[in-house]
Design a protein around this ligand. Structure first.
Ligand SMILES: C[S@@+](CC[C@H](N)C(=O)[O-])C[C@H]1O[C@@H](n2cnc3c(N)ncnc32)[C@H](O)[C@@H]1O
Length: 255
């Protein structure tokens, strides 16, 4: 992705999201901040297959505005640390949820080896070129035996009619090959589309946040870029050409 469109989609838009939540109220924070990763059912599936439980230390690489991390913190008592390259998204996550956040590229996480019980990276891999490196960093920072959860948008066809700027979608087989090349065993997999969709109240809250952002920022360059990117990816998903794939890998060895 060009640096400018990446900043507009993931940095500027994150700040606008936090501003809209300030206006609409805290009940909007979680749905709005999970915009990149979809439904509670996806997060429940991952949390279950990864064995996330109270007190577990989780690193969220490419955490965005921090909604998924907050979801498992609230629901399960997980202790997340967020890593995210966009400073505006980091500030938004800290502002909305008070998370511990570091500005970092997933290809070079600033954590010692084996310093977390688990890690996940949701909706990120299709935006990075060197996927094995990103995955190998997740494998490095979890303990032996630790789980690594992924939500990855994958291609379901050989060739896409259009490729949204900066995205490179693997297919489901390539994804698992990359996970294994990064040193992880694949222990669970599913299609996000086979899980329940988000409740209406969740979708309504997201739509209200989007309306406030549109009211305040329509016509600004960042607004048009972010909306165009998300419409393109939404169209590919609606046409069945791209789909959300969930994979859980495990670092070999015993904790
Ligand atoms: C679609 S959003 C998903 C955000 C969040 N994980 C979620 O599910 O709500 C993709 C995120 O990946 C981040 N990202 C892009 N390149 C990255 C990289 N090289 N390392 C880590 N994160 C990256 C973006 O800044 C953005 O926050």
């Amino acid at each position: 992705m060009s640096d400018d469109s990446m900043v507009e989609e993931f940095d500027t838009y994150a700040t606008w999201t936090a501003d809209a939540v300030d206006e609409l109220g805290d009940a909007h924070a979680l749905p709005a901040a999970c915009r990149g990763s979809g439904s509670p059912a996806v997060l429940d599936w991952l949390a279950d297959r990864m064995g996330l439980g109270r007190g577990a230390r989780l690193v969220d690489s490419g955490a965005g505005v921090g909604g998924p991390a907050q979801y498992v913190a609230e629901r399960l008592g997980v202790r997340p640390t967020l890593a995210e390259p966009m400073p505006g998204a980091c500030r938004a996550a800290a502002r909305l949820f008070g998370h511990r956040v570091v500005v970092a590229d997933g290809a070079a996480l600033p954590f010692p080896d084996a310093s977390f019980e688990t890690a996940w990276s949701l909706g990120v891999l299709c935006t990075v070129e060197d996927k094995v490196r990103h995955l190998a960093e997740l494998a490095r920072v979890v303990e032996p035996g630790g789980a690594v959860g992924l939500l990855v948008f994958v291609r379901t066809v050989d060739r896409l009619p259009e490729q949204p700027d900066g995205n490179s979608f693997p297919d489901a087989v390539e994804l698992e090959t990359e996970v294994r090349r990064a040193g992880l065993d694949v222990v669970a997999r599913a299609w996000a589309g086979d899980l329940p969709t988000a409740p209406d109240s969740w979708d309504r809250a997201v739509a209200e946040v989007e309306d406030v952002i549109e009211r305040d920022h329509r016509g600004e360059a960042g607004f048009d870029t972010a909306r165009r990117q998300s419409a393109q990816i939404g169209g590919l998903i609606a046409d069945g050409l791209v789909a959300g794939r969930l994979v859980v890998g495990r670092r070999p060895g015993r904790p």
